[in-house]
Design a protein around this ligand. Structure first.
Ligand SMILES: Nc1ncnc2c1ncn2[C@@H]1O[C@H](COP(=O)(O)OP(=O)(O)OP(=O)(O)O)[C@@H](O)[C@H]1O
Length: 341
């Protein structure tokens, strides 16, 4: 029987998996719930349901931070729980993992070790640069196009990639993601309104408001704690407050895009100017975001439906297409891989 191949997009916020045999993509929050600092009693979406609602002896942990693995053993356990069927890994399966480019070799190798040195007994582990996976997922002809600019706005990072003819020309990983925006919103509500909201409430505000559209009258009712009385209460949060909170971190991202464009080689840059910039990653779903970035960069900006699934859809195509598989994925054991030089 043919061996199975899994495509893994391990995000700070959510894990996306393509299973070749079942021809399906599924997603789980990248979270574990730890009881009494000793044992893990739930993982993934189940564990996330307890985020900011757990009793004191239960800790909700995110094994990845800013795009890289921060808690290796927890991450391995979580991935194992998601991939095992009837408590067993598929024997000798192959794994193709999307990895950010602008990380250290040690951080990159941790993605490899996560599967290679686990009970999975993998036949092989191959790496794809996440920007390339995104471009393939967008349906672009990555092997032949001269200039592609992808900005992946994820839960813990923003990754900027300039691609040309099947390779990475430039890449930068910013430590700004959805959670930075949520922390900024919660911080501003606390300072301006003396009202405490959780990160999940901040996330809901960010998703529900059309942050960059013109209206200023819109407001949403949220639940939290009034810091003057110390009592749990409801309050109205104006869109203008949320907009002001996310402005600074997003302006930094816009500045990083502009700066990368100025350093892009002229021919590649010309192609990007003609084509525009593609937004992927969950935060690309922010209402009005392409228009905002278009104004800040002077380029056309596009986002696709389900932008957070772009990279895993790219992995799916790479796994199913022999030429892509050969040219866009590599093993850290390849003879010419720089790690071993
Ligand atoms: N419609 C939406 N509007 C705004 N933000 C959204 C929307 N949908 C999802 N998000 C945000 O997208 C983020 C998750 O995106 P994604 O799944 O691409 O991140 P990730 O891959 O887990 O993280 P990273 O790439 O940084 O490691 C979360 O912060 C979530 O709140």
């Amino acid at each position: 029987m043919a061996r199975n191949i899994y495509g893994l997009d391990l995000g700070t916020y959510e894990i996306k998996i393509f299973d070749k045999k079942k021809v399906r993509i599924w997603r789980e929050k990248n979270v574990i719930a730890m009881k009494d600092k000793k044992y893990i009693f739930s993982v993934g979406n189940e564990a996330y349901k307890m985020y900011e609602k757990a009793p004191e002896n239960v800790e909700i942990l995110f094994p990845m931070k800013n795009g890289v693995i921060a808690r290796f053993d927890d991450m391995q356990y979580l991935l194992g729980s998601l991939l095992k069927t009837d408590h067993q890994f598929a024997r000798g399966a192959e794994y193709v993992i999307a990895v950010p480019t602008d990380v250290t070799e040690v951080e990159k190798k941790a993605f490899y070790d996560l599967v290679m040195h686990s009970e999975a007994k993998a036949k092989s582990v191959r790496i794809v640069e996440r920007g390339l996976a995104d471009a393939v997922g967008l349906g672009l002809d990555v092997m032949n196009e001269t200039g592609i600019f992808i900005a992946n706005f994820g839960g813990g990072t923003t990754e900027l990639s300039v691609l040309s003819r099947g390779g990475m020309v430039m890449n930068r990983l910013l430590k700004t993601g959805g959670e930075t925006l949520d922390a900024a919103i919660a911080g501003r509500v606390r300072r301006n309104r003396e009202f405490l909201i959780g990160k999940s409430t901040a996330e809901r505000l960010r998703k529900e408001f059309a942050v960059f559209e013109d209206g200023t009258a819109d407001a949403k009712r949220v639940y939290g704690r009034d810091l003057t009385s110390g009592v749990p209460a409801h309050t109205e949060i104006q869109i203008s407050l949320v907009r002001a909170a996310v402005k600074e971190p997003l302006e930094e991202c816009a500045e990083a895009i502009r700066s990368m464009l100025t350093r892009t080689p002229p021919d590649v840059r010309r192609a990007i100017e003609a084509r525009g910039i593609y937004l992927t990653g969950g935060v690309a779903g922010l209402k009005g975001f392409p228009t905002y970035l278009g104004e800040r960069t002077g380029l056309k900006v596009f986002t696709v439906p389900d932008p957070e699934l772009c990279a895993v859809k790219g992995l799916q195509k790479i796994i199913l297409d022999k030429e892509y598989y050969k040219k866009l994925s590599y093993s850290m054991l390849d003879q010419n891989y720089r790690w071993l030089r």
